[in-house]
Design a binder for this molecule. Structure first.
Ligand SMILES: Nc1nc2c(ncn2[C@@H]2O[C@H](COP(=O)(O)OP(=O)(O)OP(=O)(O)O)[C@@H](O)[C@H]2O)c(=O)[nH]1
Length: 505
């Protein structure tokens, strides 16, 4: 994890300033009020972290904005867990929920974080899969709470054993830290890395501070509320705030194969890790609460199965979508964007195919090369948009003249078109060329740059029986030479490669 200098400064300044204020408040507090003041600081820190997370959520356009909002929710639950004793003191109820509300909230705070760490939150990830992951994370939280209460009151007393609680919270914190570390290690995008880096800073400090607080401050030193040691409690939250304050974009991770592979494996394995955690917690709970334990095992198995079914459905959908997109793209690569007729690539493929067929069947192949007359002047006088429109109208008029499915009209480039006429003799080719010229003339399209003010075309015609594949290029060259003749002859005419100009208007 790399941090910019501004991040290092914020990471040092924000928690230290807060800790100094916290310590001063405890030391200067009136007798008996240090505990309440310190509690205020301990509630304020996760509240600040919650605001920082939701600020990130508003900032980012990354879809896993869900990620940041869930982090905010986790901090809110922790904040409530910290404040719960205040309510517990006021509500004189013996219900288990009220008695263990703070422990429940401290356990549940991990649910949104577990969810983020398990769910891939990828762009195309389906909502249904995310919901299953969320349900599994919630099940894990509830089972873990049941296990916590069951183990911490294992001697039959209603009194929670602080020692057991300390160890169980260590397990919870370590599990979270490991999952977040894994996701950070395999984060592929900048936004994903930013989220998991912030969480990693928080979870690492939280693990150390919570272990110290639970084992040393509470159990070994028996620190009272309002003790100076409490200034450690807000540190992980303030470190999170400090880490998210500046918004450097961080270096783009190079997409080397190892990263791609580990991203793929970690993303696929994350939900499995959560299912295994639900399964393990369920099995551990089965000793003390058989029904709940079995439910946990069933939830783990059903959740994993459901998740796999949903992923498979998604894969099938994606494969079908990819296939149809691929065919669409393939079709697009063969079409001229301006006129909608076949493009040069399609022409090359068709010419080669028709030439092979003509060689195999001993047939003729006709090639008409068509050029719009005075097109440059049309562009110069009426503008390029009018030129484009004329190209579209010419292409449409020409394609309406082709009746046989084997015939092909293609844009050869610029204001030139080619018509392929397989299996037609020379007379047929010449007639077709004249029909095309006449059709354009009858369409009465304007060309302000032409002396006649009418748009016209010149056509060069070649027709032969190819004997080798390269003859297709000879046909094109002959048609081009004939076209040159037609232009030289005065335009708006058809020239035959084997005869010269046959039609003049
Ligand atoms: N509007 C438009 N113009 C194009 C396009 N492709 C090529 N052109 C223009 O077409 C013109 C072709 O001009 P020339 O090759 O000199 O031919 P011409 O003016 O038609 O003259 P002749 O062929 O001798 O009658 C050039 O000005 C090109 O810029 C296009 O897609 N759209």
């Amino acid at each position: 994890m790399s941090a910019s200098p501004s991040r290092f400064a914020a990471l040092a300044l924000v928690p230290l300033s807060y800790a100094a204020l916290h310590a001063a408040a405890i030391l200067l507090a009136a007798p008996g009020s240090a505990g309440a003041l310190s509690l205020g600081f301990n509630i304020c820190a996760p509240a600040l972290a919650m605001l920082a997370a939701w600020r990130q959520c508003l900032r980012t356009s990354w879809r896993p904005a869900d990620g940041w909002s869930l982090v905010g929710l986790a901090f809110l639950l922790w904040c409530l867990g910290m404040a719960a004793p205040l309510a517990q003191e006021r509500i004189a109820s013996a219900s288990a929920f009220v008695r263990y509300a703070d422990i429940l909230l401290f356990v549940l705070y991990a649910v949104p974080l577990t969810w983020i760490a398990a769910s891939p939150f990828r762009h195309r990830n389906s909502r249904a899969v995310q919901l299953v992951d969320g349900a599994l994370a919630l099940a894990l939280g509830v089972l873990f709470f049941k296990l916590t209460v069951a183990l911490a009151t294992h001697d039959g007393s209603a009194q929670i054993s602080a020692a057991y609680l300390a160890w169980l919270f260590d397990v919870e914190n370590l599990y979270l830290l490991a999952c977040i570390r894994l996701r950070h290690w395999a984060a592929a995008t900048r936004a994903e890395r930013e989220l998991f880096a912030s969480l990693l800073v928080f979870a690492s400090i939280y693990f150390v501070v919570a272990a110290f607080n639970n084992h040393v401050a509470t159990l070994a030193l028996n620190a009272e509320p309002g003790s100076l040691l409490e200034i450690l409690v807000p540190l992980p939250f303030l470190a999170f705030v400090a880490y998210t304050l500046p918004t450097p974009l961080g270096k783009k991770r190079t997409e080397h194969r190892a990263l791609v592979l580990r991203t793929r494996y970690v993303r696929s394995a994350s939900p499995l890790i959560m299912c295994v955690a639900v399964l393990g917690t369920g099995l551990a709970l089965a000793h003390s609460d058989y029904a709940f334990g079995v439910c946990g095992v069933l939830v783990a198995v059903a959740g994993y199965a459901l998740r796999n079914v949903l992923r498979e459905v998604r894969h099938v959908e994606l494969r079908a979508m990819l296939r149809s997109k691929q065919s669409e793209l393939e079709a697009l690569t063969l079409v001229d964007g301006l006129t909608g007729v076949a493009n040069r690539r399609a022409l090359d493929l068709a010419l080669e195919r028709d030439c092979r067929t003509a060689i195999r069947n001993g047939q003729t192949l006709g090639v008409l090369l068509i050029d719009i007359d005075f097109f440059k002047l049309l562009n110069d006088t009426s503008g390029h948009q009018a030129g484009d429109e004329s190209l579209r109208r010419v292409a449409q008029t020409l394609s309406e003249c082709l009746k046989r499915s084997e015939d092909l009209l293609a844009r050869y480039g610029g204001e030139e078109f080619v018509v392929l006429l397989p299996g037609i003799d020379r007379l047929g080719c010449a007639t077709m060329a004249e029909n095309l010229r006449a059709a354009i003339e009858q369409a009465e399209l304007g060309n302000a740059g032409a002396p006649s003010k009418r748009l016209s075309i010149s056509v060069g015609v070649a027709c032969d029986r190819p004997s080798v594949l390269t003859d297709r290029l000879v046909l094109l060259r002959d048609a081009d030479e004939a076209l040159y003749q037609a232009k030289r002859g005065g335009r708006n005419r058809v020239a035959l490669a084997w005869e010269g100009v046959i039609k003049e208007c």
